[in-house]
Ligand binder design. Sequence first.
Ligand SMILES: [Zn+2]
Length: 334
Amino acid sequence: MKLLQEIVGHKQSVKILVKAIAGGRVAHAYIFAGPEGVGKETTAMSFARALLCSRPAGGDACGVCRGCRQASSGNHPDFYLVEPAGSSIKIEQVREIERRVPFRPYQGGRKVFLIRQAETMTAEAANCILKTLEEPPEDTVFILVSARPQLLLPTILSRCQAVYFKGLAVPELIQGLVAIKGVSGEEARLYASLAGGSMGRALSYASGSLLAERDEVNALAGALRQYGPLEAVAMAEKVSESKPRALFTLDTLACWYRDLMVYREAGDDGCLINTDRVEIIKMEAGQYDTARILEIIEEIGSTKRKIEVNANTRLAIEALFLQISDGSAGDAAV
Ligand SMILES: [Zn+2]
């Protein structure tokens, strides 16, 4: 488990948490809010461990005391992880929290309740936890984690201190990839550009067969240009088999069109991300005008945002593919 100071990026958020512990001003409830896969849960786990550490140094866990070791191995008796049972967090789970809250911590420090995907609480569960959040004992800290905090009751949000997490910037991801995976800077730049701000995804790309999958998606961009509606819809269905696959496709397409635009505008290959595919980029870049490429990139971004707030993945991708196939057939430039 990482120390808070080892978290990649999120400097501002980490600083708030470290200062709270060091200054003895820990709130009784936090909401960690931000897109999926950017490091909210990793940070929440590190924060929980720092809260449970018996010898915190400078607001961070010491990493070696009994409490730290227990928290790292998932066996700390005062740490409670609550996550959806199936698709939601149910009233029984919140009653169990309620039952434990009044007890003194086993190890004399704090009790920490970490609630993952907090927005999945049923209405009953949410109303129940509200009571607990109103007046928790001094030694109790709640950490709610959510990628969709707008679905939580405003009354819950108002009782939590908000800590926001944004997607990591490409340079931060590159730095992390080079440090953790030891890949070359050029390779790291490709993975980082495709990761949509998520270190988790960047790392998984660096471990997997990313290049073959990327080539498949890039070929799709060329194919969409010539597809009719039926083919576009069929392809959308295939790509939407899973949300991670859909998001990977969108990030990869965004990078591809970005490269086409950069090549059109700059006329050379100095700033490309897909540096190993210059020949295809040269050919494809001539098939669109810059305004059309920008339009497609914007559409891809808006499709991604819709999927992230839980729009129907297949329908969203279908609308995008229809738009790309349709528009480019009519507007092909040069
Ligand atoms: Zn410790």
